[in-house]
Design a protein around this ligand. Structure first.
Ligand SMILES: [Zn+2]
Length: 332
């Protein structure tokens, strides 16, 4: 009996060790980016003089700077990117010094709005501090508003949306359409009172999730930060370009991926997409972006899927290199 127990324990230890070794291997060998290098959109060289001229700068996860030379708006604004140990076992908080340095590197001085797609920490953690440093109004759900209040943002700098209303910032006309988060097990919940960091990453409940539609002159784009959808919600909407959240898309079944493509990319008649929310957000922005490792995501499957679907439906698939000011509509 004792020998059987010993053998079982030994086997268990071997399995555990193998699992740890496998995890360490995955974390130190993230998915390759090289196969997609040819998809990279080059930085725009022309000036912003054209009446509809617009530059978009990808800054990791679902943080995108939209700038037309007169007005600039930012989605999410997540820069602190706490490391994995802090996220899993500690408490997270915005780092104002790091945020200031990142804003400076991105050339951001004044923002009209910081628009938060949902209230998870990898989207909303820094948004109130970014708003504070840039004079922006913080736009988002009631949960996002409570993240703002917890950071001491004054009420007149917080705009709570409920979905569907139009917000104007210079020549940017923005609508937040209620959407759904990717089915990850971390969805749902509200932040129903001011949230003062440091707090656990899991205290940043999702709140409402939005598709962010932006009309600018004759052009339109949409930021879909999370790989989820509400059936029919985008029916009748249009966006030339979609910044498409692919986080955990590779872990879903093929039928979910197809539905996501139909309900988001096809629904708005997009002619080009840029994958976003693919990077490992526990690494600092000062380093090159690296894809989320397995088993958190399956980046290669996500990319295979969007590239194949793009070829089939005539949707141009490009990548937005971090920090590069690109013209998302170039050549469309
Ligand atoms: Zn999320």
């Amino acid at each position: 009996m004792r020998r059987i127990l010993k053998t079982a324990l030994l086997l268990l230890a071997v399995v555990l060790l193998a699992a740890i070794a496998w995890l360490v291997f995955q974390f130190t060998h993230p998915p390759e980016l090289k196969p997609y290098a040819h998809l990279a959109m080059p930085a725009a060289t022309a000036s912003l003089d054209a009446p509809d001229g617009l530059r978009v700068t990808f800054l990791g996860v679902a943080t995108l700077l939209l700038d037309d030379g007169e007005t600039a708006i930012l989605t999410d604004g997540f820069f602190t990117r706490p490391d994995r140990t802090t996220v899993l076992t500690g408490r997270v908080a915005p780092d104002p010094t790091l945020i200031a340095a990142t804003l400076q590197r991105a050339g951001i001085r004044h923002l009209a709005a910081v628009i938060v797609s949902h209230s998870h920490y990898d989207h909303a953690l820094d948004a109130p501090e970014v708003a504070k440093q840039t004079g922006a109004v913080l736009v988002g759900s009631g949960s996002t508003a409570n993240i703002g209040r917890g950071w001491g943002l004054p009420e007149q700098k917080i705009r709570v949306v409920h979905g569907g209303e139009q917000l104007d910032f210079g020549r940017f006309h923005v609508q937040l359409i209620k959407s759904r988060h990717a089915p990850t097990g971390f969805t749902g919940g509200e932040i129903d009172q001011p949230l003062a960091p440091p707090a656990r990453a899991t205290d940043y409940k999702e709140g409402d999730s939005y598709s962010i539609l932006v009309q600018h002159g004759q052009r339109s784009l949409m930021v879909q930060s999370s790989a989820g959808f509400v059936e029919g919600a985008l029916q009748g909407r249009h966006a030339d370009v979609v910044f498409l959240g692919v986080g955990t898309l590779g872990m879903q079944g093929e039928s979910f991926r197809n539905a996501y493509w139909q309900q988001v990319v096809r629904a708005v008649g997009a002619r080009r997409i840029f994958p976003i929310h693919w990077d490992d957000f526990t690494r600092p922005l000062t380093q090159d972006l690296v894809a989320l490792p397995y088993p958190f995501d399956d980046f290669a499957t996500s990319m295979d899927f969007i590239i194949k679907s793009g070829v089939r439906d005539g949707v141009d698939v490009r990548t937005a290199p971090a920090w590069a000011h690109i013209d998302p509509f170039a050549g469309l």
